[in-house]
Write a protein that binds this ligand. Structure first.
Ligand code: IPD
Ligand code: CA
Ligand code: CA
Length: 320
Protein backbone atom coordinates (compact mmCIF):
# COMPACT_ATOMS: atom_id res chain seq x y z
CA UNK A 1 0.00 0.00 0.00
CA UNK A 2 1.35 3.38 -0.97
CA UNK A 3 1.02 5.21 2.34
CA UNK A 4 2.33 2.17 4.16
CA UNK A 5 5.37 2.02 1.88
CA UNK A 6 6.12 5.70 2.13
CA UNK A 7 5.61 5.77 5.85
CA UNK A 8 7.63 2.62 6.43
CA UNK A 9 10.51 3.89 4.34
CA UNK A 10 10.69 6.99 6.51
CA UNK A 11 10.04 5.01 9.67
CA UNK A 12 6.85 6.91 10.31
CA UNK A 13 4.14 4.27 10.29
CA UNK A 14 3.19 3.26 13.81
CA UNK A 15 0.69 0.81 15.18
CA UNK A 16 -0.32 1.88 18.63
CA UNK A 17 -2.16 0.10 21.38
CA UNK A 18 -4.48 2.10 23.62
CA UNK A 19 -6.24 0.84 26.69
CA UNK A 20 -9.94 1.18 27.04
CA UNK A 21 -12.27 0.12 29.81
CA UNK A 22 -15.40 -1.61 28.53
CA UNK A 23 -17.90 -3.54 30.68
CA UNK A 24 -15.42 -3.72 33.51
CA UNK A 25 -12.65 -5.37 31.46
CA UNK A 26 -9.44 -3.97 30.02
CA UNK A 27 -9.01 -4.38 26.27
CA UNK A 28 -6.01 -3.48 24.19
CA UNK A 29 -7.41 -1.69 21.11
CA UNK A 30 -5.00 -1.56 18.18
CA UNK A 31 -5.08 1.78 16.41
CA UNK A 32 -3.31 2.25 13.09
CA UNK A 33 -1.99 5.78 12.84
CA UNK A 34 -0.70 7.60 9.86
CA UNK A 35 2.12 9.80 11.06
CA UNK A 36 1.54 13.46 11.69
CA UNK A 37 4.40 14.22 9.30
CA UNK A 38 2.65 12.41 6.46
CA UNK A 39 -0.65 14.14 7.24
CA UNK A 40 1.17 17.47 7.23
CA UNK A 41 2.42 16.66 3.72
CA UNK A 42 -1.13 15.90 2.56
CA UNK A 43 -2.26 19.16 4.13
CA UNK A 44 0.48 21.11 2.36
CA UNK A 45 -0.48 19.60 -0.98
CA UNK A 46 -4.17 20.35 -0.34
CA UNK A 47 -3.31 23.95 0.63
CA UNK A 48 -1.11 24.65 -2.39
CA UNK A 49 -3.67 23.03 -4.74
CA UNK A 50 -6.62 24.90 -3.20
CA UNK A 51 -4.76 28.22 -3.42
CA UNK A 52 -3.78 27.61 -7.06
CA UNK A 53 -7.37 26.64 -7.89
CA UNK A 54 -8.60 29.72 -6.00
CA UNK A 55 -6.36 31.96 -8.11
CA UNK A 56 -7.73 30.30 -11.23
CA UNK A 57 -11.32 30.89 -10.08
CA UNK A 58 -10.79 34.57 -9.30
CA UNK A 59 -9.09 35.05 -12.69
CA UNK A 60 -12.55 34.50 -14.23
CA UNK A 61 -13.95 37.59 -12.47
CA UNK A 62 -15.56 39.93 -15.01
CA UNK A 63 -15.25 37.40 -17.84
CA UNK A 64 -18.22 35.89 -19.66
CA UNK A 65 -18.57 32.31 -18.46
CA UNK A 66 -19.56 29.25 -20.45
CA UNK A 67 -22.30 27.64 -18.37
CA UNK A 68 -23.79 24.19 -18.90
CA UNK A 69 -26.55 22.49 -16.91
CA UNK A 70 -26.46 19.27 -14.89
CA UNK A 71 -30.14 19.85 -13.99
CA UNK A 72 -32.78 22.60 -14.15
CA UNK A 73 -30.92 24.82 -11.66
CA UNK A 74 -27.66 22.87 -11.32
CA UNK A 75 -24.97 24.79 -13.20
CA UNK A 76 -21.44 23.87 -14.10
CA UNK A 77 -18.98 26.36 -15.54
CA UNK A 78 -15.66 26.02 -17.35
CA UNK A 79 -14.08 27.30 -14.10
CA UNK A 80 -15.39 24.25 -12.15
CA UNK A 81 -13.85 21.90 -14.69
CA UNK A 82 -10.51 23.69 -15.03
CA UNK A 83 -10.10 23.98 -11.25
CA UNK A 84 -10.84 20.28 -10.79
CA UNK A 85 -8.32 19.35 -13.49
CA UNK A 86 -5.66 21.51 -11.84
CA UNK A 87 -6.19 19.94 -8.39
CA UNK A 88 -6.44 16.39 -9.72
CA UNK A 89 -3.21 16.71 -11.71
CA UNK A 90 -1.32 17.93 -8.65
CA UNK A 91 -2.57 15.11 -6.42
CA UNK A 92 -1.87 12.49 -9.11
CA UNK A 93 1.65 13.77 -9.59
CA UNK A 94 2.51 13.34 -5.90
CA UNK A 95 0.36 10.32 -5.10
CA UNK A 96 -0.48 8.39 -8.27
CA UNK A 97 -2.15 5.53 -6.40
CA UNK A 98 -4.44 7.60 -4.23
CA UNK A 99 -8.16 7.72 -5.06
CA UNK A 100 -9.55 11.10 -6.16
CA UNK A 101 -13.29 11.76 -6.02
CA UNK A 102 -13.99 15.14 -7.58
CA UNK A 103 -17.47 16.55 -8.07
CA UNK A 104 -17.06 16.95 -11.82
CA UNK A 105 -15.22 13.63 -12.29
CA UNK A 106 -18.41 11.58 -12.14
CA UNK A 107 -16.95 8.74 -10.00
CA UNK A 108 -19.00 7.29 -7.16
CA UNK A 109 -17.31 7.50 -3.76
CA UNK A 110 -16.06 4.01 -2.85
CA UNK A 111 -17.01 2.44 0.45
CA UNK A 112 -14.11 2.77 2.91
CA UNK A 113 -13.78 -1.04 3.11
CA UNK A 114 -13.17 -1.15 -0.67
CA UNK A 115 -10.08 1.10 -0.67
CA UNK A 116 -6.74 0.87 1.07
CA UNK A 117 -5.28 4.09 -0.29
CA UNK A 118 -6.26 7.56 0.94
CA UNK A 119 -9.31 9.06 -0.78
CA UNK A 120 -9.21 12.76 -1.75
CA UNK A 121 -12.65 14.38 -1.90
CA UNK A 122 -12.44 17.49 -4.08
CA UNK A 123 -15.01 20.21 -4.63
CA UNK A 124 -13.14 22.52 -7.02
CA UNK A 125 -15.77 25.24 -6.71
CA UNK A 126 -18.29 25.07 -3.90
CA UNK A 127 -20.83 27.83 -4.55
CA UNK A 128 -21.07 27.53 -8.33
CA UNK A 129 -24.38 29.40 -8.54
CA UNK A 130 -22.92 32.31 -6.55
CA UNK A 131 -19.82 32.28 -8.74
CA UNK A 132 -21.82 32.25 -11.99
CA UNK A 133 -23.86 35.25 -10.81
CA UNK A 134 -20.85 37.24 -9.60
CA UNK A 135 -21.90 36.86 -5.95
CA UNK A 136 -18.52 36.66 -4.18
CA UNK A 137 -19.09 33.72 -1.85
CA UNK A 138 -17.46 30.48 -2.98
CA UNK A 139 -14.50 28.28 -2.13
CA UNK A 140 -12.35 25.27 -2.94
CA UNK A 141 -12.73 22.25 -0.63
CA UNK A 142 -10.36 19.27 -0.30
CA UNK A 143 -10.68 16.51 2.31
CA UNK A 144 -8.50 13.40 2.69
CA UNK A 145 -10.05 10.22 4.04
CA UNK A 146 -7.85 7.48 5.48
CA UNK A 147 -9.31 4.16 6.56
CA UNK A 148 -12.82 5.60 6.60
CA UNK A 149 -12.07 8.76 8.61
CA UNK A 150 -11.39 12.24 7.35
CA UNK A 151 -7.83 12.99 8.45
CA UNK A 152 -7.10 16.29 6.67
CA UNK A 153 -9.43 19.11 5.59
CA UNK A 154 -8.68 22.31 3.67
CA UNK A 155 -11.20 24.95 2.55
CA UNK A 156 -9.98 28.07 0.75
CA UNK A 157 -12.04 31.22 0.15
CA UNK A 158 -10.11 33.07 -2.56
CA UNK A 159 -12.23 36.22 -2.28
CA UNK A 160 -11.46 36.90 1.39
CA UNK A 161 -8.18 34.97 1.21
CA UNK A 162 -9.22 32.86 4.18
CA UNK A 163 -7.61 29.45 4.44
CA UNK A 164 -9.38 27.05 6.83
CA UNK A 165 -7.65 23.78 7.63
CA UNK A 166 -7.43 20.93 10.10
CA UNK A 167 -5.50 17.74 10.72
CA UNK A 168 -7.39 15.27 12.92
CA UNK A 169 -6.30 15.63 16.52
CA UNK A 170 -4.36 18.86 15.92
CA UNK A 171 -7.04 21.57 15.96
CA UNK A 172 -8.55 23.75 13.26
CA UNK A 173 -7.08 27.01 11.97
CA UNK A 174 -7.90 29.96 9.75
CA UNK A 175 -4.84 31.75 8.38
CA UNK A 176 -2.84 30.40 11.31
CA UNK A 177 -5.37 31.45 13.97
CA UNK A 178 -6.91 28.69 16.07
CA UNK A 179 -10.65 28.24 15.53
CA UNK A 180 -13.25 27.75 18.26
CA UNK A 181 -16.99 27.29 17.85
CA UNK A 182 -19.33 29.80 19.51
CA UNK A 183 -20.47 29.56 23.12
CA UNK A 184 -24.15 30.29 22.39
CA UNK A 185 -26.21 28.17 24.75
CA UNK A 186 -29.69 28.30 23.27
CA UNK A 187 -31.28 27.91 19.86
CA UNK A 188 -33.32 31.01 20.62
CA UNK A 189 -30.09 33.10 20.63
CA UNK A 190 -28.52 31.41 17.62
CA UNK A 191 -27.69 32.42 14.07
CA UNK A 192 -28.08 29.40 11.80
CA UNK A 193 -27.30 28.60 8.19
CA UNK A 194 -28.69 26.08 5.75
CA UNK A 195 -28.89 25.35 2.04
CA UNK A 196 -31.28 23.94 -0.54
CA UNK A 197 -30.24 21.18 -2.89
CA UNK A 198 -30.67 21.32 -6.64
CA UNK A 199 -33.71 19.00 -6.35
CA UNK A 200 -35.60 21.65 -4.34
CA UNK A 201 -38.31 21.84 -7.04
CA UNK A 202 -38.82 18.10 -7.30
CA UNK A 203 -38.10 16.54 -3.89
CA UNK A 204 -40.68 16.41 -1.11
CA UNK A 205 -37.77 16.61 1.33
CA UNK A 206 -36.70 20.02 0.06
CA UNK A 207 -35.90 21.61 3.44
CA UNK A 208 -38.61 24.28 3.24
CA UNK A 209 -40.44 22.85 6.27
CA UNK A 210 -37.24 22.72 8.37
CA UNK A 211 -36.40 26.23 7.20
CA UNK A 212 -39.70 27.62 8.48
CA UNK A 213 -39.48 25.70 11.77
CA UNK A 214 -35.98 26.99 12.51
CA UNK A 215 -36.84 30.53 11.38
CA UNK A 216 -39.42 30.70 14.18
CA UNK A 217 -37.01 29.42 16.83
CA UNK A 218 -33.70 31.26 16.34
CA UNK A 219 -32.41 34.77 15.63
CA UNK A 220 -32.08 34.16 11.92
CA UNK A 221 -31.38 31.59 9.25
CA UNK A 222 -28.93 32.47 6.46
CA UNK A 223 -28.54 30.72 3.10
CA UNK A 224 -25.09 31.46 1.71
CA UNK A 225 -24.88 28.94 -1.15
CA UNK A 226 -21.55 27.31 -0.25
CA UNK A 227 -21.87 24.38 2.18
CA UNK A 228 -18.12 23.99 2.78
CA UNK A 229 -17.88 27.62 3.90
CA UNK A 230 -21.04 27.21 6.01
CA UNK A 231 -19.23 24.48 7.95
CA UNK A 232 -16.10 26.63 8.34
CA UNK A 233 -18.25 29.50 9.61
CA UNK A 234 -19.70 27.19 12.28
CA UNK A 235 -16.12 26.26 13.19
CA UNK A 236 -15.26 29.98 13.42
CA UNK A 237 -18.23 30.83 15.66
CA UNK A 238 -19.75 33.07 12.96
CA UNK A 239 -22.71 30.70 12.81
CA UNK A 240 -23.92 28.60 15.73
CA UNK A 241 -25.36 25.78 13.65
CA UNK A 242 -25.88 24.41 10.14
CA UNK A 243 -28.09 21.69 8.72
CA UNK A 244 -28.70 20.49 5.18
CA UNK A 245 -30.02 17.54 3.19
CA UNK A 246 -28.74 15.97 -0.05
CA UNK A 247 -25.09 16.94 0.36
CA UNK A 248 -22.20 14.95 -1.12
CA UNK A 249 -18.86 13.95 0.45
CA UNK A 250 -16.94 16.58 -1.57
CA UNK A 251 -19.17 19.27 -0.01
CA UNK A 252 -18.59 18.16 3.56
CA UNK A 253 -15.39 16.09 3.93
CA UNK A 254 -13.08 18.99 4.74
CA UNK A 255 -15.57 21.21 6.57
CA UNK A 256 -16.86 18.46 8.87
CA UNK A 257 -13.34 17.80 10.20
CA UNK A 258 -12.76 21.55 10.62
CA UNK A 259 -15.96 21.78 12.72
CA UNK A 260 -14.96 18.84 14.93
CA UNK A 261 -11.43 20.13 15.40
CA UNK A 262 -12.82 23.54 16.42
CA UNK A 263 -14.74 21.81 19.24
CA UNK A 264 -18.06 21.51 17.40
CA UNK A 265 -20.35 18.54 16.93
CA UNK A 266 -21.38 16.79 13.72
CA UNK A 267 -24.25 14.32 13.47
CA UNK A 268 -26.97 12.94 11.29
CA UNK A 269 -30.51 14.34 11.58
CA UNK A 270 -31.27 11.76 14.28
CA UNK A 271 -28.32 12.91 16.41
CA UNK A 272 -26.39 9.70 15.61
CA UNK A 273 -22.80 9.67 14.45
CA UNK A 274 -22.02 11.61 11.28
CA UNK A 275 -21.11 9.66 8.12
CA UNK A 276 -19.87 11.62 5.11
CA UNK A 277 -21.60 9.23 2.69
CA UNK A 278 -24.97 9.96 4.31
CA UNK A 279 -26.36 13.12 2.68
CA UNK A 280 -27.94 14.79 5.74
CA UNK A 281 -26.04 16.54 8.46
CA UNK A 282 -26.25 18.79 11.47
CA UNK A 283 -23.20 20.79 12.53
CA UNK A 284 -23.18 22.97 15.60
CA UNK A 285 -21.25 24.41 18.50
CA UNK A 286 -22.39 21.35 20.48
CA UNK A 287 -24.44 23.35 22.97
CA UNK A 288 -27.49 23.84 20.73
CA UNK A 289 -27.14 20.48 18.97
CA UNK A 290 -29.88 18.55 20.77
CA UNK A 291 -32.32 21.42 20.26
CA UNK A 292 -31.52 21.41 16.53
CA UNK A 293 -32.04 17.65 16.32
CA UNK A 294 -35.37 18.11 18.12
CA UNK A 295 -36.56 20.65 15.54
CA UNK A 296 -35.47 18.39 12.66
CA UNK A 297 -37.53 15.63 14.29
CA UNK A 298 -40.67 17.70 13.58
CA UNK A 299 -40.29 16.76 9.92
CA UNK A 300 -39.80 18.67 6.69
CA UNK A 301 -43.42 19.46 5.92
CA UNK A 302 -44.73 22.98 6.30
CA UNK A 303 -47.33 22.24 8.95
CA UNK A 304 -49.50 25.34 9.57
CA UNK A 305 -50.54 24.03 13.02
CA UNK A 306 -46.94 23.77 14.23
CA UNK A 307 -46.13 27.21 12.82
CA UNK A 308 -49.29 28.67 14.34
CA UNK A 309 -48.56 27.21 17.78
CA UNK A 310 -44.96 28.51 17.70
CA UNK A 311 -46.17 31.99 16.67
CA UNK A 312 -48.84 31.96 19.38
CA UNK A 313 -46.13 31.08 21.93
CA UNK A 314 -44.06 34.10 20.91
CA UNK A 315 -47.09 36.41 20.92
CA UNK A 316 -47.91 35.29 24.49
CA UNK A 317 -44.29 35.93 25.56
CA UNK A 318 -44.32 39.39 23.96
CA UNK A 319 -47.60 40.32 25.68
CA UNK A 320 -46.38 38.92 29.02
C1 IPD B 1 -23.75 23.42 -3.52
C2 IPD B 1 -23.51 24.41 -2.41
C3 IPD B 1 -24.80 24.84 -1.77
C4 IPD B 1 -25.62 23.66 -1.29
C5 IPD B 1 -25.83 22.68 -2.43
C6 IPD B 1 -24.48 22.23 -2.98
P1 IPD B 1 -21.97 23.47 -5.55
O1 IPD B 1 -22.51 22.98 -4.07
O2 IPD B 1 -22.66 23.87 -1.42
O3 IPD B 1 -24.60 25.66 -0.65
O4 IPD B 1 -26.85 24.13 -0.81
O5 IPD B 1 -26.54 21.58 -1.92
O6 IPD B 1 -24.68 21.28 -3.99
O7 IPD B 1 -22.84 22.83 -6.55
O8 IPD B 1 -22.00 24.94 -5.57
O9 IPD B 1 -20.60 22.87 -5.55
CA1 CA C 1 -18.93 22.26 -6.89
CA1 CA D 1 -20.48 21.73 -3.49
Amino acid sequence: MFIGMEALSTGLWRVRGVLSLRAGALYAVPMARTSHQLLTRYRQLAVSSAKAAGRLLTSFTGRTLTVTYKGAVNLVTEADRQAERLITERIRKSYPKHVIIGEEGGATPPEPSAVREPVWFVDPLDGTTNFAHGFPFYCVSIGVEIEGRIAVGVVYDPVRKELFSAIRGSGAFCNGRRLRVSSTEKLDQSLLVTGFAYNVRTSRRNNLGHFSQFSLRCRGVRRTGAAALDLCYVASGRFDGFWELHLCPWDTAAGSLIVEEAGGRMSGFDGGSYQIRVPELVASNGRIHDEMVGVLGLGDQIDPRQIESQMTGHATQERG
